[in-house]
Write a protein that binds this ligand. Structure first.
Ligand code: HEC
Length: 203
């Protein structure tokens, strides 16, 4: 009886070790898992799981709040499915703030909540779709660096990302999570949109 219990215990342990290793090996190759290669059937399955998990993460971490232009619904503003995660629309003209006193101690958002004005000036959320004007030309490594270290374009030596991009909140994302978010973002429809450069404070 004792032997059976021990054996069952060992079997369970090795099962859970196997699944741990499986997870680790997926996490260890996030770049490839996000897009290409490996053996077709299993890989498609893994990729589909990653995309679904990435979609969930993007939704609960609020990327759409700032990176998706909105449409009005009975529940209020919601992400526009046609421009999902495409960043601040290049053709949106921001209203000029004539009464500067409204900026004292406040942060001002546009209606899409894709642009924000505060002590840092005005920043515009980036295009996260796989279009060439978005993350199309990015490597997975750059994406990870942008999210975890707050580097513009994810490049060493580039400027830090401006508020309100809450990258410090994302600095502890695991490889598995960043890989899933990347896989999802690479799977959404590409939207052509050249996001304007940030503007310095007007004083
Ligand atoms: C509260 C608003 C806000 C939220 C939430 C937010 N972002 Fe951002 N994000 C921004 C803004 C604004 C910028 C542009 C900052 C700048 O120009 O320095 C930005 C920039 C980025 C960049 C860099 C773009 C570039 O060209 O360097 C990436 C990548 C990014 N965000 C991904 C995400 C992801 C993924 C999420 C969700 C996990 C997210 N953001 C959530 C506002 C936000």
């Amino acid at each position: 009886m004792k032997t059976i219990t021990v054996l069952t215990g060992l079997a369970l342990l090795s099962l859970s070790l196997t699944s741990c290793l499986w997870e680790q090996s997926n996490a260890a190759q996030p770049g490839t898992a996000g897009v290409s290669s490996v053996s077709p059937s299993t890989d498609t399955q893994i990729l589909e799981q990653q995309i679904a998990y990435g979609k969930h993460l993007v939704e609960i971490t609020g990327c759409n709040d700032c990176h998706s232009p909105k449409i009005m619904t009975p529940q209020g503003p919601a992400p526009d499915p046609k421009r999902l995660l495409s960043g601040h629309p290049s053709d949106e003209k921001l209203a000029v703030v004539t009464d500067k006193s409204v900026l004292q101690g406040y942060v001002l958002f546009n209606m899409n909540s894709t642009a924000a004005t505060g002590p840092w000036g005005t920043s515009f959320s980036g295009n996260l779709t796989p279009d060439a004007t978005g993350l199309g030309s990015w490597s997975y490594e750059s994406f990870k660096k942008a999210l975890r270290e707050g580097k513009f374009k994810g490049l060493d030596g580039s400027r830090m990302l401006l508020p309100p991009m809450p990258w410090p909140n994302y600095s502890t994302l695991t490889d598995k999570e960043t890989a899933a978010i990347w896989a999802y973002l690479q799977s959404i429809p590409p939207v052509r949109n050249i996001v304007p450069a940030p503007m310095p404070p007007t004083g």
